[in-house]
Design a protein around this ligand. Structure first.
Ligand code: ADP
Length: 613
């Protein structure tokens, strides 16, 4: 939704912010409450980029809120710094720099461990503010006397003092924050953030340096927090010590969950609910501290019944009313065109045409061995594949085929042996760098970006080839990347998913998901493509279709395919390697393999003639 209607969201936000001082008083909102909601909303914009878009749940945002807030407040109250806006910006930079350093440590872990590290960081910052740094932060007294901003336009001076006057300044900051956040989530970096949230393993495998992008999201969130922290001091004319408290982090997480994560406006809506409930329950109903009990019940109900928060619920309702999101369509619901029929219309050529194709080995493995404890998954494998070849690999379950592929793509490192790809020793490299060099695989078990559409999935894979593994083009729109649309269209046609372009992955039929799995690998434009059991779990009809698809994508490409379907593999491959108990048993043309008695012995326990039948 965010990417389709360019500028509509910005215009609506501006209109709402302009209308607010006229409308909200009629609903009983005091200007101070609205200003507090906006400060939380601004704080939450960065947090939503981190949590909602990148999937990193941090409980440590108070550390950056406090850092930005106290740096700005210290400059303005104790250091005699005259310019409020500049002080806010310096506070923001200090918070971002702190976020960078903290991120370097916290992002070494994922999931619950990451969250726990951020909790610890918040506690450490709170302690530091009260003890070693109390001379600068005022300790439990905080820093009083933070001034409000004024802007000298030369011919006139604008003073933003309190109430609706200060609202103008805070609303402008919030609007700017929204514009920047929207640019970020619509940029290639924003797309990769969503990929990391949905499937970090695959985001890495299609060639993105996800550590760099996670750190970017962390720094962005810290910068927003720092600026919002500074604004809190301005708003209250006092920088309170509780900005650093863990409660602040917890409240932000809850407000984002209430409003809706991954929506940018969720934290604002969550803060509006939180603060108005607080005002209403405490003041109007006189519940005192018990208001949190009611809030707790509201929170549980909202999280149980509106799993995507208030905004997510409204978006779903809108979709339901307008019929935009339909239930899962079965694959058979519309006739699919013949495999390959759309390829003619696709503009992008295959990586190598027969006449310009390089010759000789593209991949060589020597003495490749992988030991898991006492188990030899692969043992002393020598293996060579030439440019343009389509190689098949067969072997019984447990023969070591998947381990072999994982070593070739550098997902796991060999215990001994070496791998050379296009003349370069890639042993010990990581999966991202190897993908950037042009070697990638499709997975035996689908590894898709489940929350995104078919097109968005392919965009993420195609971006790595076009931008490299890390680039900070935060303010660039995805559409402006040369060659991206063509590459995505071409891949859609290759895997026969053009008609499902805007379908969310969750609504695809299994066969379509398998094709998208292959499409993800293809969209990185590999010079060597590895396919791990592309036919796994398919119905006979889907198998026939997919074999056709594999034939068509093999034109001008070098591919290695593992599969149990020997008929299909013998039909596709020029040469076949048979693995058994982690070793190469034999290698040859499909005809040679079919008639090889050792293979029949090993593979089928001596039932001669079955392979050849
Ligand atoms: P295949 O793909 O041919 O079925 P695999 O490569 O998956 O075979 O596995 C080969 C052997 O290595 C099996 O005995 C498997 O249990 C073992 N193996 C694979 N991965 C691991 C791992 N991460 N840890 C321990 N053993 C493993």
């Amino acid at each position: 939704m965010l990417t389709k209607r360019r500028y509509l969201i910005e215009i609506l936000t501006a209109a709402a912010l302009i209308a607010a001082p006229f409308v909200l008083p009629l609903l009983g909102f005091a200007p101070n409450t609205v200003n507090r909601i906006l400060v939380w909303g601004l704080f939450g914009l960065g947090f939503d980029i981190l949590f909602g878009f990148t999937g990193l749940l941090s409980f440590g945002q108070s550390a950056f809120y406090g850092t930005g807030g106290f740096v700005a407040a210290y400059l303005l109250t104790r250091a005699g710094f005259p310019n409020v806006i500049l002080a806010l910006i310096i506070g923001m930079i200090a918070a971002a720099a702190t976020g960078y350093l903290i991120g370097l440590i916290a992002l070494r872990r994922t999931g619950i461990y990451f969250a726990m590290i951020t909790v610890a960081i918040a506690e450490v910052f709170f302690f530091v503010e009260f003890n070693p740094l109390s001379d600068f932060t005022g300790g439990e007294n905080g820093l009083p006397g933070v001034p409000t901003p004024s802007i000298d336009l030369g011919f006139a001076a604008l003073h933003f003092t309190t109430g609706w006057s200060l609202y103008q300044f805070i609303a402008f900051c919030y609007f700017l924050g929204v514009v920047i956040a929207l640019r970020i989530v619509r940029s290639p970096v924003g797309a990769i953030f969503s990929a990391i949230r949905d499937n970090p393993l695959r985001a890495t495998a299609v060639g993105h340096n996800i550590h760099g992008y996670k750190l970017t999201a962390f720094v962005i969130a810290a910068a927003y927090a720092g600026f919002a922290g500074g604004l809190l001091g301005v708003l209250q004319a006092f920088m309170p010590p509780d900005a650093f408290m863990f409660d602040t982090s917890g409240q932000l997480v809850m407000q984002t969950a209430i409003g809706g994560r991954g929506t940018l406006f969720g934290p604002l809506v969550g803060a509006a609910v939180w603060l108005s409930l607080q005002d209403f329950l405490q003041a109007a109903l006189g519940l005192g501290a018990a208001w949190k009990l009611v809030l707790g019940v509201v929170f549980v109900l909202l999280v149980c019944f509106l799993r995507r928060g208030i905004i997510g619920g409204l978006v779903d309702l809108y979709g339901l009313l307008t019929g935009q999101r339909t239930a899962k369509e079965p694959e058979e619901s519309e006739p699919q065109p013949e495999i390959g029929s759309e390829i003619a219309a696709a503009p992008m050529p295959a990586p190598h045409r027969p006449d310009d194709r390089p010759s000789g080995p593209i991949l060589q493995a020597k003495g490749l061995t992988k030991r898991y404890g006492g188990l030899l998954a692969n043992s002393d494998i020598d293996f060579t594949v030439n440019h343009g070849e389509l190689r098949g690999i067969i072997g019984p379950n447990g023969a070591g085929k998947s381990t072999f592929f994982k070593m070739l793509t550098c997902e796991v490192h060999p215990t001994s042996g070496s791998i050379t790809f296009e003349g370069r020793d890639i042993t010990g490299m990581n999966v991202t760098d190897v993908c950037q060099l042009g070697l990638t695989k499709s997975y035996q078990v689908n590894q898709l970006f489940a929350g995104l559409t078919v097109r968005e999935n392919l965009v993420i894979a195609a971006l790595s080839g076009l931008r490299g593994k890390f680039k900070l083009d935060l303010f660039r729109s995805i559409e402006s990347i040369p060659g991206l649309a063509e590459r995505v269209e071409h891949t859609l046609a290759l895997v026969n998913l053009t008609r499902r372009t805007d379908t969310p992955v969750a609504e695809l039929a299994y066969g379509e998901k398998r094709r998208l799995e292959i499409g993800l690998a293809l969209a990185t434009s590999p010079s060597l493509l590895l396919l791990d059991e592309p036919l796994a779990g398919m119905s006979p009809r889907e198998r026939v279709e997919t074999v056709k698809l594999l034939k068509s994508i093999s034109q001008g490409r070098t591919m290695i395919i593992i599969d149990h379907d020997m008929d299909a593999l013998f039909e596709l491959a020029e040469r076949v390697t048979v693995l058994q108990e982690g070793r190469v048993l034999v290698e040859g043309t499909p005809e040679e393999i079919k008639n090889n008695s050792t293979v029949q012995e090993a593979y089928l326990g001596g039932v001669h003639g079955v392979l050849a039948a």
